[in-house]
Design a protein around this ligand. Structure first.
Ligand code: FMN
Length: 185
């Protein structure tokens, strides 16, 4: 029996800490960001509350600044998704479970994002260690940062990007993308 594609995708993904260094944007970057956010937005969440938000950091100067708060290799990423948990919104329904559920909502969404990034040939790495001062420059209200996922072209794989001809439409009952994913300007 042919192995389902998702299994090969899971086996193919590994943390990428070396991205192609280039100052220009790769063709299809915007479409890749949309597709990855769409996938993350489709992830399961406690009570379908989606108790997290995500800052999409896509400008080179801002990414370089971001790298100072975590790891040097992040500076070469093409874009970074920064996930925050929204414990208050989950706690309204789930009381003391709220903080844990909001963290889980954010991390499941980040996992979906990483896998779909891999599907398009983009490398990524989960960043869980960052300086707390990061929120002085990268924040969404007073939400708690959970994880950063830098995405980029894997070193030596310039031709490895394959994007869909048309974006996969979300078919689930979910918040609008713009409600969850905030563009960093
Ligand atoms: C919660 C969590 C935190 C992590 N934090 C970091 C990090 O701060 N920096 C880093 O380079 N990798 C980080 N990683 C990536 C792990 O080192 C990596 O996933 C692990 O070694 C397994 O390798 P693989 O991703 O290639 O399968 C983190 C992964 C997770 C799940």
């Amino acid at each position: 029996m042919k192995r389902p594609y998702i299994e090969s995708l899971i086996q193919a993904r590994k943390s990428c800490r070396r991205f192609e260094k280039h100052s220009d944007e790769f063709p299809g970057k915007k479409e890749a960001i949309t597709a990855i956010c769409q996938a993350a937005n489709s992830a399961p969440s406690a009570g379908n509350l989606q108790a997290y938000k995500c800052l999409v950091i896509h400008k080179k100067e801002r990414i370089k600044r971001l790298a100072h708060y975590c790891q040097a290799f992040v500076r070469d990423a093409d874009f970074v998704l920064m996930f925050f948990s929204d414990s208050a919104s989950s706690s309204r329904k789930y009381r003391h479970h709220g903080a844990l559920f909001a963290t889980q909502d954010a991390t499941i969404a980040a996992t979906y994002a990483q896998l779909v990034g891999e599907e398009y040939g983009l490398g990524s790495c989960w960043i869980g260690i960052f300086n707390d001062a990061i929120t002085s420059t990268f924040s969404i209200g007073d939400l708690s940062p959970i994880a950063l996922i830098p995405f980029g072209i894997k070193e030596g794989k310039k031709t490895g990007i394959k994007l869909p001809d048309s974006p996969v439409e979300g078919t689930k009952h979910r918040k609008a993308l713009t409600e969850v994913f905030v563009m960093d300007e």
